[in-house]
Design a protein around this ligand. Structure first.
Ligand code: HAM
Length: 425
């Protein structure tokens, strides 16, 4: 039967099984961000539409056709649900003078919104953990962010993810290149699709991003921006590549990687998984040395990236990962009127000790309670019936060790549990 209300297309509930993986992912990510001394900043979900138009760029897919924008009926402000986090983060550092005392390294996390065609790995509400470093001009900053991500994939156990990098130079390098590229595309006009023809004079670099199979061989032979870099941009890129090599990080230079947002210059990079089909990019970013000044701040070099959380979660699901850290230690099975209050008291006592405790409060049959104990992922089941209460004991069952069950005196139960699950060790 159709439900009266359902989530909108491209919007999803994150059910508890999956939410556990999110916690696992977030815990690992936050630990590594702490190691690199990135500090968290909280940013609004709604910003003025003009912030995104000016930073992401008027003729990008995001601004052209993917933003959830509306006019506030009360004061006529033009507002947008953030499609990405960099613009808001830049607004925040300018508004709060966060770089007044020198460079800062920030990260944010939360929902982003893009009205895209929905498919696996591509949603209309999705989540990012975004990382931005302000005030660092040298390639060490780009390298540090790339190595941070490599460390994260390693700690999550993700194996088949590949790094692609490129340099798209500075705006002056791109001016010369743009002319060359337009001339090349004009010579190949009959191969260009409608999208490419539309972009030809407005944003020819984005044509390089096209996935249209019929255009691939023409695009592969197009002039390469990397051949038009200034000496300083070229050195910056070489130094970045050298640092990555020194750290034994494998990467591919993809000369067609330009990224879909207008603010980038010099370094751009993406981490791509082969296990997600066409939406395989799990993190992307790069340098944007001109954006802070463009939207009203002082000239501030910057670089950053964002991780697509749902895509990483899909990979973790394939690995059958679970988050041991948030499973209960103990599941309390209880049967009978005198057992119920004893079980309740013990559950609170165990929580006083810092243990995670699931207490059965449905009063269902023994069999059904044991099934729930199994499913909960707890290490131990405590079984309390009226008999146990009378004898002042508790039956303790090692859930993942079929058959192992022992009667323990109630007064010894806390040290017994702690020893069995290695708690505090
Ligand atoms: P982006 O490449 O647009 O960059 O998004 C970053 C990541 O978010 C993508 O690699 C992908 O994993 C995920 N993502 C994007 N759109 C969707 C979607 N519709 N559904 C699911 N996941 C998605 C940015 O947003 C830049 N702000 C990154 C950045 C930060 N550059 C510098 N600093």
């Amino acid at each position: 039967m159709a439900k009266k209300f359902q989530t909108l297309k491209g919007f999803y509930d994150v059910l508890p099984d999956r939410q556990r993986l999110w916690r696992y992912f977030e815990d690992k990510t936050l630990t590594i961000l702490d190691q690199y001394y990135y500090q968290e900043i909280g940013l609004p979900i709604v910003e003025p539409t003009s912030l995104f138009v000016e930073s992401v760029g008027l003729d990008t897919d995001i601004v052209e056709k993917e933003m959830y924008s509306w006019e506030d009926s009360l004061n006529k402000d033009k507002l947008t649900l953030r499609p990405e986090g960099t613009a808001g983060c830049v607004r925040a550092i300018i508004e709060n003078s966060l770089t007044y005392n020198g460079p800062v390294k920030l990260f944010y996390r939360g929902a982003m919104f893009r009205h895209e065609n929905v498919q696996k790995g591509r949603q209309r509400q999705f989540h990012q953990i975004g990382v931005e470093a302000f005030g660092f001009e040298q390639p060490e900053s780009d390298a540090e962010q790339i190595l941070l991500l490599a460390r994260l994939w390693e700690s999550l156990g993700l194996k088949d993810v590949n790094l692609e990098i490129n340099s798209i130079g500075d705006p002056c390098d791109r001016k010369v290149y743009r002319e060359k590229l337009i001339a090349y595309f004009e010579d190949n006009k009959e191969i260009l699709d409608d999208d490419a023809l539309r972009r030809l004079y407005e944003n020819p670099l984005r044509i390089l991003d096209s996935k249209n199979k019929e255009m691939q061989s023409m695009l592969n032979s197009a002039p390469k921006l990397i051949d038009y870099l200034s000496e300083s941009a070229s050195n910056h890129f070489k130094r970045l590549c050298n640092i990555l090599k020194e750290h034994n990080l494998k990467f591919t230079i993809n000369t067609r990687l330009v990224r879909g947002l207008d603010y980038y210059n010099r370094t751009v990079f993406e981490w791509v998984s082969n296990d997600l089909g066409s939406q395989g990019t799990i993190a992307g970013g790069g340098r944007y040395d001109y954006l802070v000044e463009k939207i009203g701040g002082n000239k501030t070099p910057a670089c950053g990236f964002a991780i697509g959380v749902e895509r990483v979660i899909l990979l973790l699901e394939n690995l059958n990962k679970d988050n041991e850290n948030i499973l209960p230690h103990v599941y309390i099975v209880n049967l009978g009127d005198s057992a119920r209050p004893v079980a309740f008291k013990i559950s609170e006592k165990l929580r006083d000790e810092g243990l995670k405790v699931a207490l059965n409060m449905e009063g269902s049959s023994f069999k059904s309670q044991m099934k729930k104990a199994d499913k909960s992922g707890a290490r131990l089941a405590l079984i309390i019936g009226d008999n146990e209460v009378g004898n002042k004991i508790i039956q303790v069952k090692l859930i993942r060790n079929e058959g192992l069950q022992q009667a323990v005196n109630i007064k010894d139960i806390i040290p017994y549990i702690k020893e069995k699950i290695n708690f505090d060790k």
